[in-house]
Design a protein around this ligand. Structure first.
Ligand code: COA
Length: 371
């Protein structure tokens, strides 16, 4: 089907959660511009906005933060499962498994609605991931319940096992805001499709994690980091990218299905990457990233998407590359939740049709002539 495939340009439903790329540019969550949210909101406010539909009041926010803090613990059975997952597992697979397992221990249903499950997953995905990470890599069972105010600070404390520094905590907060929601992207559409069968919330999120994992979607931030780290100087990067383009290879972290002019999220995270590069005295990663950006603009008129500069910002904050896409999961749980709730609010089974391009009708011939 070539460039006509992939449901490009198809309106697959209605949403009041977000707009993406109106007139080729721009992103809004429930009517608020992404630049405004990144500058003025906290991730917990954005999470509340997405899940409940309106921004929280000061007291609702305080209650919400407290509720999230109190849901960071993991059931012992889940810890046992996490301890049995191999060190070689991709952390996205750990989250996918952890999400599915929690769904058997704390199922949606009596006394636990979709909103409760969404908040529980948002609160404990960082715990699951880093409990497994420390156990698998260092044989240590870490304490996952902390008093940190924010989801981002909780993540950083568990990862580094020390007080998060202010710059890292705010960068995480901004990054979580930028990754929170993006209309009918592949993982969100997956979640909506799953719950349109009247399946449960955990199934929707588990499937969405699987869709997000791939390098054409969320996995691009890890792939972008691996690309950037191949080069030691901007000149080496320029030569390398030119060779890749000549071989018609894709440069991870560039291009977008919907945005045509720029990805508004990229400009915000690029500022953080630049600030971090200055603060850490980096002379390689950021200059290499900027050169790749310049070459892509010159050669292909392409712009970086959110994943490209997120890679270096995370790297400077001391986050291992294989945890980049899992951070996306923690954030996007809020957008997925908003869409699952919206889908359920006016549900119809999502079931498109296909053009058949296979064999003409033909008769089955029994092997050996026996029934
Ligand atoms: N590097 C180099 N060329 C790219 C490219 C990239 N990252 N992204 C798209 N192109 C080129 C394609 O090769 C194609 O060229 P052609 O017409 O000469 O064959 C053209 O642009 C259209 O690409 P296509 O893959 O059909 O666009 P799409 O809308 O299906 O894909 C993405 C959108 C995001 C999947 C695609 O841009 C991509 O793979 N980007 C890299 C992965 C990434 O960063 N994903 C995160 C998205 S937020």
């Amino acid at each position: 089907m070539g460039k006509e495939g992939g449901l490009a340009g198809i309106v697959a439903g209605q949403t009041s959660v977000a707009t993406v790329g109106k007139e080729g540019v721009g992103l809004t969550y429930r009517g608020f511009n992404i630049e405004d949210l990144a500058e003025n909101a906290s991730f917990e406010e954005v999470a509340y906005l997405l899940i409940y539909g309106e921004p929280p009041t000061a007291s609702q926010l305080a209650d919400y933060r407290k509720a999230l803090r109190e849901m960071r613990g993991l059931p012992p059975g889940l810890c046992t499962i996490l301890e049995n997952l191999p060190k070689t597992a991709h952390p996205m697979d750990v989250l996918r498994t952890g999400c599915s397992a929690l769904g058997t221990m704390e199922p949606e249903g009596e006394g636990r609605d979709g909103v409760a499950v969404a908040n529980r997953l948002l609160a404990c995905f960082g715990s699951m991931l880093l409990y497994w990470y420390h156990f698998a890599h260092h044989g240590r069972r870490i304490e996952v319940e902390t008093d940190d105010e924010s989801v981002g600070a909780h993540f950083l404390r568990l990862l580094h096992q020390r007080d998060p520094d202010e710059m890292a905590a705010r960068m995480m907060d901004v990054s979580l805001i930028l990754y929170a929601e993006h209309e009918f992207n592949a993982s969100t559409f997956t979640a909506r499709t799953i719950v349109s069968t009247l399946s449960d919330f955990y199934s929707g999120i588990t499937g969405a994690i699987g869709a997000l994992r791939g390098p054409l979607h969320g996995g691009a931030n890890e792939a972008a980091m691996e690309l950037i780290q191949r080069f030691k100087t901007p000149d080496e990067a320029e030569a390398g990218i030119m060779e890749m383009l000549a071989r018609k290879e894709k440069i991870m972290g560039f291009g977008h299905r919907v945005y045509r002019i720029c990805d508004p999220r990229s400009e915000v995270i690029q500022q953080w990457a630049r600030k971090y590069a200055e603060a850490t005295g980096d002379k390689v990663i950021y200059p290499v990233s900027e050169r790749i950006h310049a070459v892509m603009k010159r050669e292909k008129k392409m712009f970086p998407n959110l994943d490209f500069y997120s890679a270096s910002a995370y790297h400077f904050a001391g986050i291992p590359t294989e945890l980049f896409t899992p951070i996306f999961v923690i954030s996007r749980t809020t957008g997925w939740a908003a869409h699952i709730l919206e889908q359920r609010g006016d549900n119809r089974l999502i079931r498109p049709t296909a053009d058949y391009v296979g064999h003409e009708p033909r008769a089955w011939v029994r092997v050996g002539g026996q029934a």
